[in-house]
Ligand binder design. Structure first.
Ligand SMILES: Nc1ncnc2c1ncn2[C@@H]1O[C@H](COP(=O)(O)OP(=O)(O)OP(=O)(O)O)[C@@H](O)[C@H]1O
Length: 684
């Protein structure tokens, strides 16, 4: 049957209902049957009046014996319907709902659902729903689905619409998952699943249906991502040679590469050497030395007579990358340019001209890089250094400036593999899981806020040793203005009450870029003792002389975020410390603080964070970039996700392009659903 049929042409759905459904994003038959409840209320068991317990929510069944009407106040009418069953009497109470009550008369057999109130020997049912006691009662005596709704359509209305469509004998949905996979994973029939998700006969059926639909959604998602990666959209790319010049650059570095850096670089150079477009993610723990890997990849493109570009999430970072690259590559006659929002028009025009004429070999910048006016002479490679901050669209916009350039994505957030497969399932992954030698463990201490003064004494002792300190402000609402105010307040308190003799500076997102830059420079040059900052310093900032980080209200941050922040210290030869000051004292806070004290491995921390905080909060307040799913929940259904991921991998291994006959419908479904749901993830 054609599930793409517009609902307007379905019997029983007039223009009025159609319009209401549109508000929920429902247009076709498929939209409707795939509009899933967000939860259920179990109203399936009826109780006798005699057995009712105060405050419980129940379904009852009885016969109407009379009506009462009270008007305790103006404009307030309370109607009561007296009902009897074979064990006693009960009154159903309705506030200002005459229109419901008027549908019934004495002698009618009814079913009702509500909350029991027992007082002075009387029993009443509040917040009532009532229906005639027929087989078709839609929302009483059943497990009732509760749908996500918008204004203008009630849950009951939606239930009625969906039920009437489901009863339609013609509704037969074709199975598109190959039968061997259905059987192997014990998935129930698709029609059974759809019927039971909307109108579950019992809890067991509901579970079976839910499992199937969650599994299906994950399978399609993962398979779609793998399918994209598997070469279906492989574009012809540039074949870069491995140039000898690269060896020279590597030899000029002040250190030798770690094994993990070498491995990642090899992956990248092999990709670059193939004639397919590279789509690779380099995931590295804090301080693992991603920048140098990026630098060498960019240099390899330049040695092959191409231009390259690198996009960073903040200006501070872009400048830092610019400086590091400049330091190493200028000796090799490679020209680096910087393009950020804060340049004057004149400066910007000059950079753009040089980029267009090919005088700049490597352009570093913020999202200013993807603006329309930026044109390259011969762009061959792009790197985005991101923190779930750029969507695929932005990534693609940058790569469109070249002719199928190779793409490298760098992220400093260690994420568990399961999630990486979803967030970056369309990319090949290299992991830098080793810190450069000589790195010291950052000693981490969590203390209650009452002990803050001790921490401040420690700040002083570090500064006396010639070191520098970060103090990170409490995490407040995601508004830069409010964050800035919190930072200003904290600075004032520290300056007047604790460190009036030291050099303090402030850094927050609301400051003019040139100010930020100036302060960062001063901090780098050792002209500032304490940098009071919001989380703008979270990613990438590299000041080796800073050895102590204090984080206020540490319990408000995600563990992954704390780990990133902590990674700002311990970047040089000096022993480094992180003090987490927490304000609330509950189990979860203690457990999270303990994790930070005990572990410095970003991957372990992120696993733990996921475990402790669970749904939604894992990525902190940050935009997480996870795809929107209709029924599956990446956190709640982690086990099913893993199973579906494994299956997806098997399917692709057997039939990379999904050309086998048995996978034909699956492929169609993926293409359909991907277009609709995963716009943000497709690579074209
Ligand atoms: N193999 C190495 N041996 C010694 N030092 C290294 C090595 N690789 C990088 N470094 C140095 O380590 C520091 C951190 O490197 P880098 O800034 O690239 O880290 P990162 O992975 O980007 O970290 P973060 O995600 O925290 O920004 C830099 O000072 C860099 O010069």
């Amino acid at each position: 049957m054609d599930l793409n049929k517009n609902l307007q042409y379905i019997k029983g759905i007039g223009p009025k209902k159609y319009k209401k459904l549109n508000k929920l994003g429902i247009y076709t038959l498929k939209d409707l049957i795939y509009y899933f409840p967000r939860q259920y209320e179990d109203r399936s068991k009826f109780k006798k009046v005699f057995n009712l317990v105060n405050e419980e929510k129940v379904s009852i069944r009885g016969i109407i014996t009379g009506f009462e009407k009270h008007e305790p106040k103006k404009k307030m009418i309370i109607n009561k319907i007296q009902v009897r069953d074979d064990t006693g009497y009960i009154k159903l109470v309705f506030f200002n709902q005459k229109y419901i009550v008027n549908n019934f008369k004495v002698g009618d057999n009814i079913v009702a659902y509500g909350k029991v109130k027992k007082e002075y020997g009387k029993t009443e049912l509040l917040n009532c729903e009532i229906e005639f006691d027929t087989k078709s009662a839609s929302s009483i005596g059943k497990i009732v689905p509760i749908y996500p709704l918008t204004y203008g359509i009630s849950n009951k209305e939606l239930i009625n619409i969906i039920q009437s469509v489901l009863k339609n004998q013609d509704l037969k949905i074709d199975e598109y998952i190959p039968m061997d996979i259905v059987n192997k994973n014990k998935l129930c029939d698709l029609n059974f699943a759809i019927k039971n998700i909307h109108n579950p006969q019992n809890i067991q059926n509901l579970k079976v249906a839910l499992y199937r639909l969650v599994y299906e959604e994950f399978l399609i998602l993962q398979l779609g991502l793998l399918y994209l990666k598997s070469g279906v959209v492989d574009k012809e790319g540039i074949k870069f040679d491995k140039k000898d010049g690269l060896k020279e650059i590597i030899e000029s570095l002040p250190f030798s590469l770690t094994n993990a850096q070498r491995r990642s670089l090899d992956d990248i150079l092999n990709d670059m050497n193939s004639n397919k477009v590279m789509n690779r993610l380099v995931q590295g723990d804090v301080g693992s030395g991603k920048t140098v890997v990026a630098l060498l990849s960019l240099a390899n493109a330049v040695l092959n007579s191409y231009q390259a570009a690198m996009m960073a999430p903040t200006e501070i970072l872009a400048e830092q990358h610019f400086n590091s690259l400049q330091e190493i590559l200028s000796k090799f006659d490679i020209n680096i340019g910087l393009l950020v929002g804060s340049l004057t028009k004149k400066q910007k025009m000059a950079v753009l001209k040089k980029v267009k004429e090919g005088e700049i070999d490597i352009l570093i910048g913020t999202h200013a890089l993807i603006e329309d006016g930026v044109e390259f002479k011969k762009l061959g490679m792009v790197i985005t250094d991101e923190q779930h901050r750029f969507g695929v669209r932005q990534r693609n916009k940058l790569s469109e400036k070249g002719d199928n350039p190779d793409i490298l994505v760098m992220t400093a957030t260690p994420i568990p593999r399961t999630l990486a497969l979803i967030l970056y399932g369309d990319l090949d992954i290299s992991i830098i899981d080793e810190l450069p030698p000589g790195r010291q463990i950052i000693d981490t201490f969590a203390i209650a806020k009452e002990k803050r003064l001790r921490a401040y004494n420690f700040v002083r002792s570090q500064i006396e040793l010639g070191r520098q300190v970060y103090i990170v402000c409490p995490l407040v609402e995601e508004s830069e203005v409010i964050k800035a105010k919190a930072a200003v307040d904290l600075l004032e308190e520290l300056e007047t009450e604790h460190f009036s003799d030291l050099r303090l500076e402030l850094l927050h997102g609301k400051m003019k870029a040139s100010n930020k830059d100036e302060i960062m420079k001063k901090f780098k040059n050792g002209e500032v003792d304490i940098l009071v900052s919001t989380t703008v310093i979270e990613v990438g900032v590299n000041v080796p002389n800073a050895t102590l980080m204090i984080i206020e209200n540490a319990e408000r941050f995600g563990l992954a975020q704390l780990h990133q922040l902590r990674g700002r210290v311990g970047r040089g030869e000096h022993k480094s410390y992180c003090i987490l000051i927490y304000g609330s004292k509950n189990e979860v806070t203690f457990e999270r603080m303990k994790t930070m004290e005990q572990t410095t491995d970003g991957f372990k921390i992120s696993e733990k964070d996921l475990e402790i905080r669970g749904p939604g909060e894992f990525f902190g307040t940050r935009q997480h970039g996870l795809p929107e799913l209709k029924i599956a929940n990446i956190f709640k259904h982690m086990k099913i996700l893993k199973e579906a991921q494994m299956e997806a991998q098997c399917i692709i291994q057997e039939d990379e392009k999904l050309n086998l006959d048995k996978n034909k419908m699956l492929k169609e479904e993926i293409i359909n659903r991907f277009e609709e749901k995963l716009n943000d993830i497709t690579l074209n």
